[in-house]
Design a protein around this ligand. Structure first.
Ligand code: 5GP
Ligand code: ZN
Length: 138
C-alpha cells in the first residue's frame, strides 16, 4: 500500500525522478542522491514496508537474488574493490527513510567510507539464553 508522505513510494511510482538502474514490477533500483561512494545504489520494493520487521517474506525472498545481480553489475562497471550491503531499520539503526531499502555501497581502496562497527565483548551466558528464546520464535 502506497503511503502519501513517503518519498520512496513517490520514487517507486515515478512521481519523483531518480536515476533508475533497473526496474521490475516489484522493485526499483536507483542511485542514492547523496552517495557514500561512487555507484552507491538502493534497491527499493515498490510496495511500502517500513522496515525488515514488516516486509512481506515473499517480496524479501526476491530481494537477495536481485541484490547479487546488481552487485555484480555495479562491480563490473565501477571496478570497485569490494562492496557493503547495508540495510538500516529504525532511527536508532540509522534509518532515515522509513520505506525498506537495501544499500549497495561499492568500496574502493582508501575511500575512507566509515560503516564498520567496533567489536565488543560476547556475554556467553546471555547469548546462550537468548539463542534458546529466539529459536522458539523463528
Ligand atoms: P537510510 O539512512 O534510511 O538507510 O538511507 C536513506 C538513503 O536514501 C540515504 O542514503 C539518502 O541519501 C537516500 N535518499 C534520501 N532521499 C532520496 C531521494 O530523494 N532520492 C534518492 N535517490 N535517494 C534518497
Ligand atoms: Zn513508501
Amino acid at each position: 500500500m502506497k503511503k502519501d508522505d513517503c518519498i520512496f513510494c513517490k520514487i517507486a511510482a515515478g512521481e519523483i525522478p531518480s536515476t533508475t538502474i533497473y526496474e521490475t514490477g516489484e522493485f526499483k533500483v536507483i542511485f542514492d542522491i547523496a552517495p557514500a561512494s561512487k555507484g552507491h545504489a538502493l534497491i527499493i520494493p515498490k510496495e511500502h514496508y517500513d522496515n525488515v520487521f514488516s516486509i512481506d517474506a515473499e517480496v524479501a525472498s526476491k530481494l537477495f537474488p536481485l541484490a547479487t545481480s546488481v552487485a555484480k553489475a555495479l562491480k563490473a562497471e565501477t571496478n570497485c574493490d569490494g562492496m557493503n550491503l547495508l540495510q538500516n531499520n529504525g532511527a536508532v539503526a540509522g534509518q532515515t527513510v522509513n520505506h525498506f531499502h537495501l544499500h549497495l555501497i561499492p568500496r574502493y581502496e582508501g575511500d575512507g567510507v566509515k560503516l564498520a562497527c567496533e567489536p565488543g565483548d560476547a556475554d556467553k551466558e546471555y547469548l546462550a539464553e537468548l539463542a534458546e528464546k529466539v529459536k522458539k520464535r523463528i
